[in-house]
Design a protein around this ligand. Structure first.
Ligand code: PLP
Length: 463
C-alpha cells in the first residue's frame, strides 16, 4: 500500500516553497495539469544535455524530456546556435506573412511520411487534432468521431473521453463506455464521441459498422501512449474498414512522430493514413503541431480567393465552403528553423540507429536488474520510447495495464526522484541523442537502490 511515508519520500525545500507561492496565483499551482503530481511537483531552473537542475541545485537525468519533445536533449549547441543565428538574420521574432521555411519544413515532412501529401502547421498537437477532425467532418459530411480507449489526443472537448477510465466506469471490454474526464464539456459534444477497444479488430468492426453513417473519422495513436504497439493485422484491418466505410483514418503521431522512426509509426506498419497529426519533436522544444495527409482532404482548408471571415465586407457565405484554419503564430519562423535543424540532426546517418540501440540497452539492463530480484517486470515500447510495467502478462491495450503492479511503480518513481532520475511518476520514458552510457549505468543503479529501499521497508513492516 502507498503510505504517507512513501508519498513524501523526496524532500525538495525550494520546490515546496515555490509550489505554495504558485498555488496562490495559479489554480493548483501548475499551468498544465500534467505537470502536477503528489505530494508536489519539482521546480526546475536549468537544464543541459540529458540533465535537469532543480531550484535546490540538485541534478536529474531527464527521461521526460518535456514529454518527448526534446529528442536532442536540453539546449543542444546546434539548436541554440540556430536560434541565435536565425533571429539575427531575420531581424524579427515573426513576420506574420508566409515565408520560405514553412515550405522547406512541409517538404521535409512530405518526404518522410508515407501518408502526407500536403501540410498545415499549428502551435500544438491539440490544435493539429482539432484541424484534422474538422477536415474529416468536411470531407465526409458526417459528425461523429471514434477514438480508442486509453488514447490521448489533446485537450479537446470531444476527445477527453476514456483516456484513463476506472474499472468501475469503463464498461464492457468489447464495447467501452465513453467516460468523459473533464468537467465543462457540453452534452451535445459528448454525444458525438464513440470509444473503441484497441487491438480488438472484431469488436472495433462491429462498432464501426453500426455507426458508419455517422462517423467522420477514427483517430488513434498507432502506438498507444507511445509504448503499446498496435498489432499489425489490427492496423491493416482498421485501414481496410475505414476505406470501405468512408471514414477518415487519422494517425495521431504527436508522440510517435520522429521518435519510433523518422517517418513515424506509419513507416513501420507501412500504412498510409488519410490524415496524420504531428507535434513535439517537430518543434525541437518550441510549440508546434502539424496536420498532413491526402491532398484532396487537405485542400479543403485552402484559403478562398473570395476573402475570409476576417475581411470586412467580404461575403462570409462564400467562405463557408472552406475549412477554417488560422492562427496568429502558425508556421512561426523560429519554430520552423528549429524544427528543420532538429530533423537535420536526426537525419545524420547513425543518429536514429544509435538512439534506438541506447534505448534498448537501457531497457535490457533494467530488465536484467529487476529479474535478478525476481520481480516480474517488462519494458515495452518502440524506438526511443518505452515504459516499465510490473507484470509478466502481455500488454496490448489500456485494460491490460490493469494487470500491472501500479503501486510498486509509483513507489519506485518517487524514490527515483530522490536519486537523481526525473520522470513524472507513472509516465513513459523518452530518450535523447545525448543520453550517455554513463547516464544509463547511473539510471540502472538508481533503480536498484530504489528497489532495495522499498523491499527493505516492506520487509521491516512484515517482521
Ligand atoms: C498523441 C497526442 N496527441 C495530441 C497531444 C496534444 O499535444 P499538445 O500537448 O502539443 O497540445 C499529445 C500530447 O501529449 C499527444 O501525446
Amino acid at each position: 500500500m502507498l503510505t504517507t511515508e512513501t508519498l513524501t519520500s523526496y524532500h525538495k525545500q525550494s520546490s515546496i516553497k515555490l509550489f505554495q507561492a504558485a498555488k496562490k496565483v495559479i489554480p493548483g499551482g501548475v499551468t498544465a495539469n500534467i505537470k502536477n503530481f503528489a505530494p508536489y511537483p519539482i521546480f526546475m531552473k536549468q537544464a543541459h544535455g540529458s540533465k535537469l537542475i532543480d531550484e535546490d541545485n540538485e541534478s536529474y537525468i531527464d527521461y521526460s524530456l518535456c514529454y518527448g519533445a526534446l529528442i536532442t536533449g536540453h539546449g543542444h549547441k546546434r539548436i541554440i546556435n540556430k536560434a541565435q543565428e536565425y533571429l539575427t538574420h531575420s531581424g524579427t521574432m515573426i513576420f506574420g506573412t508566409p515565408h520560405a521555411l514553412e515550405i522547406e519544413l512541409a517538404k521535409r515532412i512530405i518526404t518522410l511520411y508515407n501518408g502526407i501529401e500536403q501540410v498545415r502547421f499549428t502551435n500544438s498537437g491539440t490544435e493539429a487534432v482539432i484541424l484534422a477532425m474538422r477536415l474529416a467532418v468536411a470531407h465526409t459530411n458526417k459528425n461523429k468521431i471514434a477514438k480508442f480507449e486509453g488514447h490521448y489526443h489533446g485537450g479537446i472537448n470531444n476527445m477527453l473521453a476514456s483516456i484513463n477510465p476506472s474499472k468501475d466506469n469503463a464498461g464492457d471490454e468489447e464495447r467501452p463506455n465513453a467516460v468523459f474526464e473533464s468537467n465543462g464539456i457540453p452534452e451535445d459534444e459528448r454525444e458525438n464521441t464513440i470509444v473503441l477497444p484497441f487491438n480488438n479488430l472484431n469488436a472495433t468492426e462491429t462498432i464501426l459498422r453500426e455507426n458508419a453513417d455517422d462517423l467522420a473519422a477514427v483517430i488513434l495513436e498507432p502506438i498507444q501512449g507511445g509504448f503499446i504497439p498496435a498489432q499489425t493485422e489490427f492496423l491493416h484491418g482498421l485501414k481496410k474498414l475505414t476505406d470501405e466505410l468512408n471514414i477518415v483514418l487519422i494517425f495521431d503521431e504527436v508522440k510517435t512522430g520522429f521518435r519510433v522512426a523518422l517517418g513515424g509509426a506509419q513507416s513501420i506498419y507501412n500504412i498510409k493514413p488519410d490524415l496524420t497529426t504531428l507535434g513535439k519533436v517537430l518543434g525541437g522544444g518550441l510549440p508546434v503541431g502539424a496536420v498532413g495527409g491526402r491532398k484532396d482532404i487537405m485542400m479543403l482548408s485552402a484559403a478562398s480567393q473570395d476573402g475570409d471571415v476576417f475581411s470586412v465586407g467580404s461575403k462570409s457565405e462564400k467562405t463557408a465552403g472552406t475549412v477554417f484554419h488560422s492562427g496568429t503564430y502558425n508556421g512561426h519562423p523560429l519554430v520552423m528553423a528549429i524544427g528543420l535543424e532538429t530533423l537535420d540532426m536526426l537525419e545524420e546517418h547513425t543518429q536514429m540507429a544509435s538512439l534506438f540501440s541506447q534505448t534498448m540497452h537501457l531497457r535490457k539492463s533494467l530488465e536484467k536488474m529487476y529479474a535478478s530480484y525476481n520481480i516480474k517486470m517488462q519494458t515495452i515500447g518502440m524506438g526511443s520510447i518505452f515504459n516499465i510495467v510490473f507484470t509478466d502478462q502481455p500488454i496490448h491495450s489500456y485494460r491490460d495495464m490493469w494487470k500491472a503492479d501500479i503501486e510498486l511503480r509509483q513507489e519506485i518513481d518517487r524514490e527515483l526522484l530522490s536519486l537523481g532520475i526525473y520522470l513524472k511518476p507513472l509516465n513513459r520514458y523518452s530518450m535523447s541523442t545525448v543520453h550517455s552510457l554513463a547516464d544509463i549505468k547511473f539510471t540502472v543503479k538508481a533503480h536498484e537502490q530504489a528497489l532495495n529501499k522499498i523491499l527493505n521497508k516492506h520487509n521491516k513492516k512484515q517482521s
